[in-house]
Design a protein around this ligand. Sequence first.
Ligand code: AMP
Length: 397
Amino acid sequence: MKVLVINCGSSSLKYQLFDMDKETVLAKGLVERIGIEGSLIKHTKTGLEPIVAETPIPDHKTGIKLVLDALLDKSTGALSSLSELGAVGHRVVHAGEKFATSVKIDAKVMEALKECVPLAPLHNPANIMGIEAVTEVLPRVQQVGVFDTAFHQTMPNTAFIYGVPYGYYEKYGVRRYGFHGTSHYYVSRRAAEMLGRPVEKLKIVTCHLGNGSSITAVDGGKSVDTSMGFTPLAGVLMGTRCGDVDPAIPMFIAEAEKLSSKDVDSLLNKKSGMLGLSGVSSDLRDIEAAAERGEARANLALRTLTYGIKKYIGAYAAAMAGLDAVVFTAGVGENSATVRAMVCQGLEFLGIGLDASKNKVRSKEAIISTDDSRVKVVVVPTDEELVIARDTKRLVE
Ligand code: AMP
């Protein structure tokens, strides 16, 4: 079966076409600047050079049509006809408490996703637009929704409730939801396979460290706590997001700088984190280079980031009453030997021993702990699209 995976943003659309009989990617691409001047599609058939075409793309429906044209193209495509397409799987950010697993999309599911818009006002409307565009262009193809929040629905209420009046949980759904669930699910399973042990028997801390970062306690294969919260702003320091701060700080800044709540929201989401601290960049490569040149604030940002990650590992080992493995994934987790080394340094008391030469790995699956380390340290490149394609195939069959 061929499955198209779509990750739709407000002005962009990423896609991958899978052959699920072999679990291989046949083609992938990106539609950018939808509804904005300079819109384009970048399409790559596996094994060929990418092709970029600039063309007006006023809406998501036009974007989907272009993707299908590219997939059907004789030289750059990977489908001989649309009837070969078995299903379409969508990444959807927020399912609130409505779905704890992936689901086939129907009118009821669409209603539920619309009800979740207040919880993810930037993301869910774009995801919904993507589903509606596919429905218009491919009315007979089954679609599946795979949710960032679903994996974390197993968290106990002690981990997800906040110390604000309980009525706000009942009235507005104010609670911890957590994100990157598909990634935490995938890397915890893959790490267990690499260690040759059943995930049900393991206590794992998964560290998804990218532009957005989150850390999850995976006990027996289930998420029992995670660092992102009601929104993806909480947790460890991120590229431009502040992560955990004293909740009184936003109010203080708003008053001191005479800013609206919208301005403060933007400040904490777009100008904080590694960028705000270092004053250099949100990109860890730039920060590592600046720290190496001796720039004090870049060095501070790097140390603050890794100190925060270390504290989460300790906290989640306590939450699970044990620790068998720490997994690193996403742009920073897969690539930065510096961050991994700084995080693991000092955690020997927990049973973590990092092997400095094995840690040199980049973007590859590897066990990077010493042979006698009681807690295994593992690098797993994440593959959220593959999980979406697998769930889509399973539900459609
Ligand atoms: P993601 O959001 O998962 O795409 O991750 C993006 C982050 O990964 C950016 O902060 C990049 O700087 C970081 N990253 C990518 N490659 C490297 C690398 N070779 N070394 C350090 N950080 C990297």
